[in-house]
Every structure is written in structure tokens, then in C-alpha cells.
Design a binder for this molecule. Structure first.
Ligand SMILES: Cc1ncc(COP(=O)(O)O)c(C=O)c1O
Length: 301
């Protein structure tokens, strides 16, 4: 049986519980705890020239998230790698984003964990849609808000209602992201990590339970250190963000992007700054290196 797909969604091959099948045929029972409770975790993995980028890091973060919700990993790492390779091979696009989610499976509705219930595993690959050249050239708008999410933002939970409501505040204000503060300190964006530049130094808040440990932010910090750029990981106060010379957001699909207006005010000069431009180039070079082939330094694969 086929389901009508929402507008703009192509009928690609997806993976569901041991099977590759068309998206229009994939179905999950309504008693799945992902549907009923948002009881599951996920990952989004960028794929450059059919090579998953930082797959080891994504699978390690998946394990951390699964440990965080006390759900056994349904597959060993080599099985994940094999399944992701197969999904990527079945997707027609060269650059892709692989979405995967694991939920606590299908059970009678009860908050407590069910016993002996197999996890539900779903994966799909889509064309990787990165920011437009115009967004990279001009930067994007963001707004600020209080971070009112739960206190385990380090778990990549599929229960994203807090993030959804906050992101919509940004969209309603004509912006692309919301930058969040808790007790006067920067945490992250609704679906990104945030960096600022002040006096030539790149600053980012330290990892904690208040933010997702971003795979892209790790890449940015590594590139900065390798290039000898000044960077410091420490608590960043709201005032420092509001008066930053540069503001960036990072994520697996948005890569690194300059925020050039915040709450309607220009950030720095109102254009992507020199430190951003240098970092953007380093990131683009790394992607090109990945796309060329296996001579990439192991840490960057
Ligand atoms: C809340 C949140 N923080 C940070 C990130 C960035 O993480 P990554 O760079 O691994 O995509 C994301 C990604 O979607 C996110 O949802």
C-alpha cells in the first residue's frame, strides 16, 4: 500500500526495521513510543560525494544519546556503517543528508519502559541542502530568546517541541534561527551551535547538559586550532553576544554561516566578517578534500 507523500517529498528509498523500501510504503504503528511519547533519539549525517562525513563521531554521539535515554543500541557500529553505506548508494544524489532515528518501539501506552520490545529504526537519505551562495555572502538574520527547553539538551532527542516553538519565533520574525540564553549565558540555537568573534578571537560555550555537542562545531574548533586562529571555549555572556564583532551558527546541514542581524540590529559591520570568511574557506577546502578521496587526514573523515 502506498501513502500520499506531502508536497515536495520525493519517494526515495528508506530503511525501516531491517528493510529497504520506498518512503511511500514505510509505516510505523501508531503505538510506537516515538509517536506517543517522543521516546527516541536521532542523528543527521552530512554526506559529501557519497562519503559520510565524521560518521564515527555521529555514531558515538548516537551511542551517547541512547545511553542518555537508557535504550540499548540495536546495531553494532559496523552494522550501522553497512546500512548507511547501502542507503547512501541507493540515493541518487552525490551530496546527501542521512537522517536516522531509533525509538523505544511499539508497546501498550505506559510511561515506564516496556520489556523486551524491539527498537524501531528508521533512516532516510535526502539531497543535502546547504545555505545558498547569497546566504553565505550576505549572512542571515537571527533573533534571541530565553532557553526554556529541558535540562538534557545534550541528548539528541526526537522530542523537539521546545526547539520547534523557538524556531518558529525566529521564522515569525523573518529570521532563520533563534539564539538562546539561559541565566544570561549563551547556550545554542534551536538547531545549531553558536560561535562569536570578539577582538579577533573565536569564542564558543563549553559542552554541557545545556546544549548539543555539535559535530560541526567540533570541526570548526579543530580547523581554527590547526590554522593557528585564536579561539577560546568558555562561558559567553549575553552582552558579549549582543556586542560581538561576528556571530556564526554551525550545523551539519548549514555548515558554518554568518549571522549578520540579531533582533533586527546589525552584527558588527552587518556583513560576514573576515574571521568568518577565513573559516568558511577552511571548511570548503576540507569538504573539497573529502570529495576528492581517501587521502584526507583520518581525523577529518
Ligand atoms: C539543538 C541543536 N544544537 C546543535 C546542532 C548542531 O549539531 P551538528 O553540528 O552535529 O549538526 C543541532 C543540529 O541539528 C541541533 O539540533
Amino acid at each position: 500500500m502506498h501513502f500520499e507523500l506531502p508536497p515536495g517529498v520525493a519517494d526515495g528509498t528508506v530503511y525501516l526495521n531491517g528493510e529497504f523500501l520506498p518512503l511511500s510504503q514505510a509505516r510505523v504503528p501508531v503505538l510506537d513510543r516515538g509517536f506517543i511519547f517522543g521516546d527516541g533519539v536521532y542523528e543527521v549525517i552530512p554526506v559529501y560525494a557519497r562519503r559520510p562525513f565524521r560518521l564515527g563521531e555521529h555514531l558515538r554521539r548516537l551511542q551517547r544519546s541512547l545511553d542518555g535515554i537508557r535504550l540499548a543500541n540495536p546495531y553494532p557500529e559496523d552494522e550501522w556503517r553497512r546500512l548507511i553505506d547501502e542507503l547512501v548508494a541507493r540515493c541518487p544524489h552525490r551530496d546527501q543528508s542521512v537522517y536516522l532515528q531509533v525509538t523505544r518501539g511499539v508497546a501498550k501506552r505506559d510511561h515506564a519502559f516496556p520489556k523486551d520490545t524491539p527498537a524501531t529504526v528508521f533512516m532516510m537519505a535526502n539531497v543535502l541542502s546547504t545555505p545558498s551562495p547569497e546566504a553565505v555572502e550576505k549572512g542571515v538574520a537571527a533573533v534571541t530568546a530565553e532557553d526554556n527547553r529541558w535540562l538534557r539538551c545534550d541528548i539528541k532527542s526526537i522530542a523537539l517541541l521546545g526547539n520547534v516553538l523557538l524556531r518558529q519565533q525566529a521564522v515569525d520574525a523573518g529570521a532563520v534561527e533563534v539564539i538562546l540564553f539561559r541565566d544570561g549565558a549563551l547556550t545554542e540555537g534551536a538547531a545549531s551551535n553558536i560561535f562569536i568573534v570578539r577582538g579577533g578571537a573565536i569564542l564558543a560555550p563549553p559542552k554541557s547538559h545545556l546544549m548539543l555537542p555539535g559535530t560541526t562545531s567540533d570541526v570548526i574548533l579543530e580547523l581554527a586550532r590547526e590554522a593557528g586562529m585564536l579561539c577560546e571555549v568558555r562561558a559567553v555572556a549575553r552582552e558579549e553576544v549582543l556586542s560581538a564583532d561576528e556571530l556564526w551558527l554551525t550545523s551539519a546541514t548549514r555548515e558554518v554561516l554568518a549571522v549578520t542581524t540579531l533582533d533586527g540590529q546589525p552584527v558588527g559591520t552587518g556583513s560576514p566578517g573576515p574571521v568568518f570568511r577565513r573559516m568558511y574557506r577552511l571548511f570548503a577546502d576540507l569538504k573539497a578534500q573529502i570529495a576528492r578521496g581517501p587521502e584526507v587526514a583520518p581525523g577529518h573523515r
